[in-house]
Design a protein around this ligand. Structure first.
Ligand SMILES: [Zn+2]
Ligand SMILES: [Zn+2]
Length: 297
């Protein structure tokens, strides 16, 4: 791996994130067939991930915009929210309490359906192989940081790529961005960049007995914008470190063909040949060479 200039001292953009909304309901995330599970604030995870929202809260709409009762912002961070299990509309819990007092009967202000207190499913079961990725995800939901034990993993970027694939699995684009940012930070601080295995994982050619393929790759194949984003990130990372010796040092055969193709295309557009192909110039150079060879003889 060639040394690169570290930019560790450079000021980084402050990571911005909205104050997380926790809600007051807890969900259990089970892993595999075991009873091992994580507990998590249901609204926190459902607000961030469409996958978990569908699993835990059915047709609940995205928490955005305003409350249909008071017309204030829903997501102020300091008010409890609730939603109609029929139409999925979101409201301030306080507003629905007032609404039910004034209107006889408990009908949804939006769809007029009978308001139900019935709890949706409060647990989700993930494959056991998601455990580490989910742990990273949960930490990020609560802290806004992607924490990842580099000391143990050395320069292994595969867990990061896996975490990105997990972000696609649960449909959380913001988490995906945070993972890429964390990879960039690691790259800047330590001067190491994703190796062949990490690239192979992103390009779907990495063989793993854990069968990450079945869990994430099929999903990734259906989620092309996210996958292309990851692949472009890796290509750009390699472009940033590429210099002449890289092409001599690296084992080309270890890389997926598609990645090398993308890399070559990207490099061509970044550094197109200065002189366009010109057969006359080339002929002239050949003749000049011929003369010099003849003179030497
Ligand atoms: Zn309201
Ligand atoms: Zn409704």
């Amino acid at each position: 791996m060639p040394p690169i200039r570290s930019r560790a001292g450079k000021n980084r953009a402050v990571q911005r994130r909205f104050t997380p909304y926790f809600g007051n309901k807890i969900a259990d995330i089970f892993l595999g067939d075991s009873s091992r599970h994580f507990t998590i604030h249901a609204d926190l995870i459902c607000k961030s991930s469409p996958y978990f929202r569908k699993k835990l809260q059915g047709n609940r709409k995205e928490i955005a915009g305003s409350c249909s009762i008071c017309f204030d912002d829903l997501d102020t961070g300091d008010q409890q929210l609730t939603y109609c299990t029929t139409c999925g509309g979101n409201f301030h819990e306080e507003c629905t309490t007032q609404w039910f007092k004034q209107s006889r009967g408990r009908l949804c202000p939006l769809c007029r359906g009978l308001w139900s207190k019935r709890c949706k499913n409060q647990s989700v079961r993930l494959l056991s192989l998601c455990q580490n990725d989910f742990a990273v995800y949960r930490d990020w939901l609560y802290s806004g940081h992607v924490t990842y034990d580099h000391a143990v993993q050395q320069d292994d970027f595969k867990p990061m790529v896996r975490a990105y694939l997990f972000s696609m699995y649960v449909g959380d684009v913001k988490f995906g961005t945070a993972v890429l940012q964390a990879m960039l930070d690691w790259y800047e601080d330590k001067g190491s960049y994703p190796d062949q295995d990490a690239v192979a994982l992103a390009y779907g050619t990495y063989y793993d007995e854990d069968a990450i393929d079945r869990c994430y790759k099929e999903n990734a194949a259906n989620n092309l914008p996210g996958l292309h984003r990851l692949q472009r990130f890796l290509v750009d990372t390699y472009m940033a470190v590429a210099h002449a010796t890289w092409f001599e040092d690296e084992d080309w055969h270890a890389y997926p063909h598609e990645f090398l193709r993308d890399l070559v295309v990207a490099m061509y557009y970044k550094h197109p040949a200065k002189n366009k192909w010109n057969i006359d110039t080339w002929k002239a150079e050949l003749e000049a060479e011929e003369w010099s060879v003849q003179e030497q003889n």
